[in-house]
Design a protein around this ligand. Structure first.
Ligand code: FEO
Ligand code: CA
Ligand code: CA
Ligand code: CA
Length: 573
């Protein structure tokens, strides 16, 4: 076979620079006849067991299961954990994460601990005392751990970077809503904590962004409480969610007059420097408050930061933030690119175009009480502006050729279709891709878009998929898709690789019963990929005991998988 080089040298250099900086307008890769994906896929019929299945060309290794010590010499896992141990152990609900290299085959993994139900964490449905609540709280938030690879095996390292961030960690607010009355309480309690940390992002200046999603679930009321319209829109209900924290921690008690605005302190994008163990997490209010799934940061051709964000609830919106000026200039001038900028929300039109609608159009509108009110209630602002209600926007990732991909996971409740959400109902979801041109603020902010994959069209095929959630595009034109929802024939959730030119799909990995696959990051050479097995068996040992061997007794534990090609090649190839 004649060897056709896929890239000119110039394109390789530009392409790898683009990958490093996340530049959106990278040149289109020149495609050859060789397929992007050479691996043997996992058949549909094989992906139903109690243990993960991976392509025969690949292998996986389990890392940092829930409850394992944060430092190798820290407290070992005991079930159920004690709060004081859990604070020094890996949390539960492994979700978004990013690998920060510290040199050859060594780095820091920053990862989110989105959720773990009480039955899983505590072995009981409701907390019965404050210690139970402290244990649940300690299991959530984030972990930062150092790992290194030797002879093909990754191991956790004792590290000065190792750290837990949780609901009782000191945090601060920045941006237009910081210091506003909407973020103050009668009790004058300090700003603490991050929770419901779902997906993530990373900045070109080397920090990690963790995104607060279903923060309503931690609030409830012990006494009389009626949600106002804004709280209703954010599902802040006196009946409470699944945690019962409000029973023993007044911060989460909606009926406690001392903490009426505590729920406004969540639903933000939070910045953390994983290489500074003393760093105080910063909630960046310029990016708006909603149920943040994740944040995809790209550097526009003019040096500004663009941040694409989904709000994962039925009929919620997709947002884009643009920094006020090129990020390097802003930092040199002492301003932060995530504090001063313009937040917009997407309207998708029938003709395949769309518009980013700036929220600042409402900063002086009588319906709102200034910029902080608009940002704290971004969902309400989006509705006023005429944004398009989407089928639960989950992860967003910038791909090649200037495309940005976004997973609409599903929407069983849709009764009326719209341009970008053509199925009503939409039980299996779809993936949209759009392409925008950053223009100076004040000009029309247009983009074009298309439905890239309608999962319904694949559902009956061997390459079946439903409920796309996690996404990551590599610089060669592969799109990695992680699912979170019922798959055909009872197959477990899966990791798929899509060729974005031919739209061929191959199944790289299936998980275990009850789990979703989420979180995705690689080493810089892309020869190890990390993904997470979240809520295996939903905590039920009769479904799976992963990562332990099957014994039908041992409580399953969320964990990270390090995935490698057996021949050492690039993951996805
Ligand atoms: Fe935490 Fe929308 O997934
Ligand atoms: Ca999840
Ligand atoms: Ca998700
Ligand atoms: Ca999901």
């Amino acid at each position: 076979m004649v060897h056709t080089p896929r890239f000119t040298r110039r394109n390789v250099i530009k392409g790898s620079l683009a990958a490093t900086l996340g530049v959106i307008f990278a040149p289109a890769p020149v495609r050859a006849s060789t397929p992007l994906m050479g691996f043997t896929p996992v058949p549909l019929s094989a992906g139903k067991g109690k243990m993960p299945m991976i392509s025969p060309d690949y292998e996986y290794q389990v890392l940092i299961p829930w409850g394992s010590p944060l430092q190798p010499d820290g407290p070992q896992f005991n079930y159920p954990p004690r709060a004081e141990d859990q604070l020094q152990q890996i949390g539960i609900g492994h979700d978004g994460m990013a690998f920060f290299p510290l040199g050859e085959r060594r780095g820091v993994l920053a990862l989110n601990h989105e959720f773990g139900k009480n039955l899983h964490v505590l072995g009981r449905k409701d907390p019965e005392n404050h210690h139970h609540v402290l244990t649940s709280q300690a299991a959530h938030g984030m972990s930062i751990v150092e790992i290194a690879e030797q002879n093909g095996q990754w191991t956790q390292q004792k590290s000065r970077y190792a750290r837990r961030i949780h609901i009782n960690t000191k945090v601060r607010f920045s941006g237009p809503a910081a210091g506003d009355d909407l973020l103050k309480n009668e009790a004058d309690n300090a700003c603490k904590g991050t929770m419901s940390n779902c997906a993530n992002g990373r900045t070109p200046w080397g920090t990690y962004l963790t995104c607060e999603e279903n923060f309503n679930l931690q609030f409830g009321a012990t006494g009389q409480f009626e949600s106002n319209a804004a709280q209703l829109r954010y599902d802040i209900l006196g009946s409470g969610g699944e945690y019962g924290w409000h029973l023993f921690d007044p911060r989460f008690d909606l009926s406690d007059p001392g903490y009426t605005n505590e729920s406004n302190r969540f639903g933000w994008v939070v910045e953390i420097d994983p290489l500074d163990p003393e760093f105080t997490p910063v909630k960046r209010t310029a990016l708006g408050r909603f149920k943040h799934e994740g944040v995809a940061i790209v550097e526009a051709s003019d040096g500004r930061i663009l941040a694409y964000m989904g709000d994962d609830s039925t009929d919620e919106f997709i947002y884009r933030y643009a920094s006020a000026a090129p990020w390097r200039e802003m930092m040199a001038a002492g301003t932060h690119p995530l504090d001063e900028g313009h937040l917009s929300v997407a309207r998708f039109d029938q003709d395949g175009t769309g518009e980013w609608l700036p929220l600042e159009a409402l900063f002086t509108d009588q319906q709102f009480n200034g910029p902080a009110d608009v940002l704290v209630h971004a969902r309400l602002a989006g509705t006023v502006l005429g944004a398009t209600p989407m089928d639960r926007p989950e992860w967003i990732t910038p791909g090649t050729e200037g495309f940005v991909y976004c997973a609409m996971t599903n929407n069983e409740f849709r009764t009326q279709s719209n341009a970008a959400n053509p199925l009503a109902p939409n039980p299996h979801g779809h993936i949209i891709r759009f392409h925008d041109q950053p223009v100076p603020h004040g000009s029309t902010q247009r983009f074009t878009w298309e439905v890239f994959i309608s999962c319904a069209a694949y559902y009956e095929k061997e390459t079946t998929l439903s409920s796309p959630d996690g996404l990551w595009a590599d610089p060669d034109g592969r799109l990695f898709v992680e699912t979170d929802g019922e798959q055909r024939d009872g197959m477990n959730n899966q990791l798929l690789v899509v060729d974005t030119v031919t739209r061929e799909i191959r199944r790289l990995l299936t998980g275990v019963p009850g789990c979703e696959i989420t979180g995705i990051t690689t080493t810089p050479d892309r020869r190890t990929m990390f993904v997470n097995i979240q809520h295996p068996g939903k905590g039920d040992p009769s479904l799976t005991n992963f990562p332990h061997a099957v014994d039908n007794r041992t409580v399953p534990r969320d964990c990270t998988l390090a995935i490698r090609r057996k021949d050492g090649g690039i993951v996805g190839s």
